[in-house]
Design a protein around this ligand. Sequence first.
Ligand code: SF4
Length: 295
Amino acid sequence: MIVSIDTGSGFCFGVTSAIRKAEEELQKGSLSCLGDIVHNGQEVERLEQIGLRTIGYEDLQQMHGGRVLLRAHGEPPSTYATARANGIEVIDATCPVVKKLQERIRTTYIQHPQAQIVIFGKVGHAEVIGLQGQTDNTAIVIEGLQDLDKIDFSRDIYLFSQTTKSVDEFRKIVESLESRVQSSHLDIKLTVEDTICRNVANRVTQLQAFAKQQDIVFFVGGQKSSNAKVLFEHCRQANPNTIFVSSPTELSTTELLSTRDIKLSNQRIGICGATSTPLWLMEQVRDQLNQLTTI
Ligand code: SF4
């Protein structure tokens, strides 16, 4: 059995710098993080063990003073307003790519008040909530082609995307919107802003090339991570023998392998993950696999 870890997998720079910021700030004193710092339970646990406290919006409302870290996903203006009103110091770890996207949406909203701002993204996702906040929550969120009816095709449309969405799905949405706008025979302006983070999009090709070289792939990702779901699907397309695991303990269930009629011996095994998967977790999965085959 040869086990290798995909060198391109792991935290993107936005998440890496948010975690680094949390570690640095924890050395100066107590620190809370609004929401999970990363969609990976094990990494959240590791940071909580060194003092990071994860809080929710209700906690923020009740809090007075103290310091709160805003994670890479970004926050709507209302969060900053609450922090200001409650005398809370904000440690802003919003990823610069997300920050720029928030500013673009805000500017569009102010400059084109009659137009509709449409965001291709997941309803309720933290980043999307932050983006909607730039438009006083007037932006329309579409999750796929099935949601196009939410759009008024008699008014101008500005389309943006959540940074972690799939480029292919975005293209399909654009094609469909173009054809709906054309068939309306109205003088509507459709402006498309491809705001997908290439840090994620470029990973697909690399991940698929890695997956194709393996007999079995273990994709390590958090259950709450939308990026993990997207990348896992791409990985499975390249190699149907791709198995999603959240932690090394899941590997010890032999059914996981036997139900798929997969044996580990004499196989090339690849381990990869999402932009929210820490390298140390992929290394733990590798070690656990090595242990399983020596039992
Ligand atoms: S995926 Fe891209 S936009 Fe999102 S946090 Fe990472 S670097 Fe930033």
